[in-house]
Write a protein that binds this ligand. Structure first.
Ligand code: ATP
Length: 243
């Protein structure tokens, strides 16, 4: 509740979102709200529609139904580049580095919407957050370890100074210790005030850190609740936590 007694509107409000690949329907009505400064996890099995959701939010795929409202504006039909300029930034699945380019050049690619002076300040903040990236700033990105590449991918998305960070499976392919490291970085970002929508197959890790969570099954959000409550929910425990 805000000081004037109003319930604040969410930064991102997605209702009944549908997306198709040709005639195949991948999202069948996804509804998700993300409030300012919160860390929201969306968990689900392989093929449930997590990546499709994030790509529809960032404008890579076109919604075929439903509505996306960001900061009070309907952006359902907005172009992807305008969404980045309005403050949405996506960390793609599989990191998608430019391997032969240096760490610093990869970071600078994320700042194409910002003036140069601002991107210098952003790069300083990112190096403070991930000192290993500064140590390796001149190294080709392809020579980094998987965990370091994930840090670089997050850093690159932060270069546009987003108000909403969309994170697609940051734990994918990482050893447990590195998963813990990446999740601590995500928690630190959230504590610093960043609004985050995190999609993950690793339900245990994601729901443990999330303020709020959703479960997506075959393109539909089916369960929602506070992260720690979902960890205790029998349906979630059986289907996603192997308990
Ligand atoms: P994963 O964790 O494996 O990435 P996901 O939850 O992100 O899974 P999506 O990749 O969004 O799931 O896929 C959702 C559905 O859309 C799946 O049934 C998938 O087979 C289908 N799909 C994804 N990409 C395409 C495509 N390019 N053409 C046709 N169908 C697709």
């Amino acid at each position: 509740m805000s000081e004037d007694g109003q319930v604040p509107s969410p930064l991102l409000d997605v209702s009944d979102l549908c997306t198709h690949y040709g005639r195949i329907q991948a999202l069948h009505g996804v509804s998700v709200s993300v409030h300012r400064g919160s860390l929201v996890a969306l968990v689900g099995a392989n093929g449930a529609g997590k990546t499709t959701l994030l790509r529809t939010l960032s404008g890579v795929h076109r919604a075929t139904g439903g509505r996306i409202v960001f900061d009070g504006r309907d952006i359902t039909r907005a172009r992807a580049d305008l969404r980045v300029r309005s403050g949405i930034s996506q960390v793609p699945e599989g990191r998608q580095m430019f391997g032969p380019m240096s760490v610093e050049d990869n970071l600078n690619l994320g700042a194409y919407t910002r003036p140069i002076a601002e991107s210098r300040r952003s790069i300083g903040r990112i190096y403070a957050m991930f000192p290993v990236l500064e140590e390796r700033r001149a190294q080709p990105a392809g020579t980094l370890s998987g965990g370091q590449q994930q840090m670089l991918s997050i850093g690159r998305a932060l270069m546009s100074q987003p108000r909403l960070l969309l994170l697609d499976e940051p734990s994918m392919g990482l050893a447990p210790q590195l998963v813990a490291e990446i999740f601590s970085a995500i928690v630190a970002l959230a504590k610093g005030g960043m609004t985050i929508l995190l999609v993950e197959q690793n339900a245990q890790a994601a729901l443990s850190v999330a303020d709020f969570g959703y479960v997506i099954e075959t393109g539909k959000t089916v369960i929602s609740g506070r992260g720690r409550d979902l960890l205790q929910d029998d349906r979630v425990r059986q289907a996603y936590l192997g308990m």
